[in-house]
Design a protein around this ligand. Structure first.
Ligand code: SF4
Length: 252
């Protein structure tokens, strides 16, 4: 008994007490800042493998960015990645970072359906669907459930069956082979239901955008409730995004 207490004391708190203010260590690349200095814009845009950078003036689309960092390595005076992990938004337009912006990524309250907060504010069950994913975002979704991030403490859980879920989390670029499965999974979730796109591949197709092996028609038919940028996503990006969608206090 004494030994167990010693171990518990030694280990300290395993969970992150406040997921909205936690600091991310290491080489994490979060929200970029684009400075208003003159560079060769064409050359800068050509570096990007996913056409996330637009010119005149320069802007960077978080929904397309793979966070490879190449633009900031080649043009450090122009683009810098901060450690701000609160990248999620319910408005696709808000994922576009413009020159001179240094504000957190915003949420659009007008786009949040009233029933989301009313019905899911205290309990949200999600079904994860890997639609041609490479397992990286899937791992990070798993991590959001581990003892450190512990998303369950907010009533947010992943469930095994779409019929027990309140919404789906799609990872991967949605391959043609998975298109029907995504649709069927979505149809199996009782209404009202939410759709979350997790990761660059799901939001825009990422590096697979022009591939004939994709079928992203699902996204033309259904409204997306939350975009979670990252390649892969960070658990804190996912958790803060969902908390904002549910209007939980303290979220971004
Ligand atoms: S970090 Fe993003 S914007 Fe920059 S080159 Fe890589 S994919 Fe493009």
């Amino acid at each position: 008994m004494l030994n167990n207490i010693k171990i518990l004391w030694h280990q300290g708190k395993q969970f992150i007490p406040d997921v909205t203010t936690a600091k991310v260590p290491g080489i994490f690349r979060g929200r970029p800042v684009i400075r208003e200095v003159k560079v060769d814009e064409v050359q800068l845009a050509e570096i990007c493998p996913t056409k996330a950078i637009s010119t005149g003036p320069i802007s960077l689309d978080l929904g397309k960015c793979t966070f490879c960092g190449e633009c900031s390595i080649q043009f450090p005076q122009k683009i810098e990645f901060t450690k701000d992990y609160k990248l999620s938004s319910n408005d696709r337009e808000y994922l576009i970072i413009k020159e001179g912006d240094d504000e957190p990524v915003r949420f659009n309250p007008d786009l949040i359906r009233s029933e989301i907060h009313r019905l899911f504010g205290r309990s949200l069950k999600l079904r994860s669907v890997s639609a041609g994913g490479d397992n990286s975002c899937e791992w990070e979704l798993n991590s959001s459930n581990n003892v450190q991030f512990d998303v369950s403490r907010f009533g947010i859980d992943f469930v095994a069956s779409a019929r027990h879920a309140d919404g789906i989390v799609i990872t991967g670029p949605i391959t043609a082979n998975m298109a029907e499965s995504v649709e069927r999974c979505y149809n199996a979730v009782p209404s009202p239901k939410v759709i979350i796109l997790a990761g660059t591949d799901a939001i825009s197709g990422g590096i697979f955008l022009d591939s004939p092996a994709l079928n992203r028609e699902f996204l033309l038919k259904h409204k997306v409730d939350l975009y979670v940028p990252g390649n892969p996503i960070h658990p804190l990006t996912f958790i803060n995004g969902v908390l904002s969608l549910l209007k939980k206090k303290g979220a971004q």
